[in-house]
Write a protein that binds this ligand. Sequence first.
Ligand code: ARG
Length: 560
Amino acid sequence: MIRNILEKSIKQALSTLDIKEGKIILEHPEEITNGDYSCNIAMILAKQVAKNPRELAEKIVAEINKNLPKEISKVEVAGPGFINFYLSPEFFVDENRKILKEEKEFGRSKIGKGKKVIVEYSSPNIAKPFTIGHLRSTVIGDAIANILDFSGYEVIRDNHLGDWGTQFGKLIVAIKNWSSIEKIQKSAEPIKDLVALYVKFHDEAEKDLALDNEARDWFTKLENGDKEAKNIWNICVKLSLKEFEKIYERLGVKFDTAYGESFFEKKMQEVLKDINKLKLAKESEGAYLIFFKDDKYPPMMVLKKDGSTIYALRDLATDKFRKEKYGKDVVIINEVGMEQSLHFQQVIEAEKLLGYSNGHDRIHVKHGFYRFPEGKMSTRKGNGIWLEEVLDEAVEKAKVFDKDTAEAVGIGAIKFNDLKRESSKDIIFSWDEALNLKGDSGPYLQYSYARAKSILRKAKEEKIKKVDWKKIQENEATNLEKILYRFPEVVERAGAEYSPHYIATYLIELASAFNNFYGQGKIVDKTDSNSPYKVALTEAFSIVLKNGLNLLGIQAPEKM
Ligand code: ARG
């Protein structure tokens, strides 16, 4: 990568000047007119050599200039002592040629070669709706998995279904009291019925305290393999999975595994043994809790008063299993909402104590809340917003296009709206923002892609010649070229920080550079000797944009 060339130049200069090197940071200047890369090394080292930063920068630049690599056309000192690099026209031409050659492979790397990573995401709860929170997890987690895969990691995509827990006791009581499992099986909208029953349970339990005890008993029965309880549970799981499958299909998301919490039910005894061996837990008021040193975190409950297991213990069992199955070096990423931050801090700390984790192999990627102007939603109270309705409405709003395109645009809009900002940030949802063809939106990117494709079709019709790479005489690169070559480094950063938004914001910058380029004069023009190169640039743009959209899980229709 070009960064390595620049770094080498700087290091060489420092060594000739007999200066002990520091950490070399290369950034893109805010304004593209200030060069392609900027380095602050002179400001960092100035003190050490008792010079003022500008003076030192001048010296370094003079050294670099004695042996300027062909990829660099100019090096300058700027401001208080920045060293700014301008890449050469030949460099940009070569990069474009490379993009056209590598096509859908452009941006792929081997950074993660030989490393395994489990990306756990989506993880909705059985017999509850697929919420907007689960949508965020699905969209962000899937993008992270795509990016890591593109970066050479072996990626395992896991859906950690919430198919176990005391809520099933409540659900069974509600079904038996106010409906029947047969009725639900025959219903046109079984999941909505189940959620309604779950909500009714909470309303009724406020008046009738016996209901909670009944629910606890039924969950214990379920844990002990009671036939009736198991049957009801099984049916609820199947009905929910069918519903979730529809959503995944629409979102274009696929998993490698979906064990679900229930799978780990049988593996929890072993974790309890490990906990006991190390004396990590104590009894307190009948419950069993792991205490952390110096009260680093509040104690974490692993067994309830009635002996039933809970979420936290299932998570420990899940990770023990993962380490056994995929090897101790496997990295585990949980894409789960911010509200579970403390839970994951506790789980990860406990895993360190248990020897399941070395502390660097467990990552909680958090997403913030998704707010509709009406306020946050809660399934328990029943004022939840159904994801499917949101998707339908998005597609409905995109109905100016044909059916398939409308689906791609509507879903793309929702996904991009989620991916364009740091995932930990909250989203206040606005239809205008998500669907705006001009703003930083999914449809804007798709529209730019379709525009590029239409230009390429026209170039073919008009028989514009292929570029003769040897003959190109480029004097000054366009802003479009100055952004195109950056794609691989953006992918690298997005992977290293588990942050797809770097790709999203990059694509917006890229698309606006392309749209400017498009506005500057005809691309397809038989009388213009530069037309073949402009067409090649358009193609390079379409390739990079499509690769980026692929990583984000957003479709790129050829026509719009
Ligand atoms: N099913 C849970 C929920 O909807 C999320 C599961 C997250 N993953 C985990 N390993 N705990 O809140």
